[in-house]
Design a protein around this ligand. Structure first.
Ligand code: TPP
Ligand code: SF4
Length: 270
């Protein structure tokens, strides 16, 4: 029997804005399956985003959703979690939203280890505004603002999150849909800041400028270059050149922010 996604979609919100072949829909379906697996009560689940094509995701879902300002998803989500620590908080958005204008909020949410799951859809570009380069656009790739090739080095979002202090960091791709819900489920169950980076595709503003003739080509690229982290130790640096590690990249237990803050309140009130 086909999976029933309709029960999770907010009535009247379809059709969605995404282009045919956009990877964000694959991520949304993965998130719906993960929320079902975790048995989340939609009235007690906040899904928060910034601005961008990826950030449109919460608007389609039947939960407590917030579509906020560009780059501010982690800041708003932090506010929700601090005010209502009993809620499950899920953040989502694009690489531009999360690591360019929102980079500061992203790293500090990681540093605090606040209990939320941030699903960051890295399609290597600013899709919504016509394909300007983001901090995740590969060096040499073409964007509307780098027509001769991007001269900038690239942010590795997962490494950035680990360095900043997130306590569960995992990566997968839109070409691995079953891994998306598996990792988001683990992220939701983790007590602390969980970053799930999903590499996905923007055929409209990235693919067509970068010699991907079709969405299938982009999916094949994601599939061919994904290397499970558990297998990476057996490969040489040369073999890993241009590949992206997938699966759980980092996991540790560390005190969670809201719990620590509650202790501060107790002390202040004593
Ligand atoms: C303060 C502010 N600056 C710039 C913009 C314009 N803007 C809207 S979405 C966006 C980029 C979105 O890119 P990304 O987050 O990677 O998501 P995608 O559209 O690729 O899914 C930008 C620059 C804005 N809305 N607000
Ligand atoms: S512009 Fe790109 S990111 Fe935005 S909906 Fe279209 S394919 Fe997706």
């Amino acid at each position: 029997m086909a999976y029933d996604y309709d029960k999770s979609i907010r009535p009247g919100k379809l059709p969605h804005i995404w282009c045919p072949g956009c990877g964000h829909g694959i991520v949304m379906k993965g998130l719906i399956r993960a929320m079902d697996t975790c048995g989340l009560d939609r009235k007690n689940t906040a899904i928060v985003s910034g601005i961008g094509c990826a950030s449109r995701l919460p608007g389609y879902l039947d939960a407590c959703t917030l579509h906020t300002a560009h780059g501010r998803a982690a800041a708003f989500a932090t506010g929700v979690k601090m005010a209502k620590p009993e809620m499950t908080v899920i953040c989502c958005g694009g690489d531009g939203d999360g690591t360019a204008i929102g980079g500061n909020h992203f790293i500090h949410a990681c540093r605090r280890n606040i209990d939320m799951t941030y699903v960051i859809m890295n399609n290597f570009i600013y899709g919504m505004t016509g394909g300007q380069f983001s901090p995740c656009t590969p060096t040499g790739a073409k964007a509307s603002t780098t027509p001769y090739g991007n001269p900038d080095p690239v942010f590795d979002i997962s490494k950035l999150a680990i360095g900043a202090g997130a306590t569960f960091v995992a990566r997968t791709t839109a070409a691995h849909p079953r891994e998306i819900d598996k990792l988001i489920t683990m992220g939701i169950k983790h007590k602390g800041m969980a970053i799930i980076e999903v590499l996905d595709d923007c055929p409209t503003t990235y693919g067509r400028r970068n010699k991907f003739r079709s969405v299938v080509d982009m999916m094949k690229h994601l599939k061919a270059n994904a290397v499970p982290a558990v297998a990476a130790s057996k490969l040489t640096a040369e073999q890993l050149q241009g590949k992206f590690l997938t699966g759980i990249l980092f996991q540790e237990e560390r005190p969670e922010y809201c719990a620590q803050y509650a202790e501060v309140i107790k002390k202040a009130q004593a």
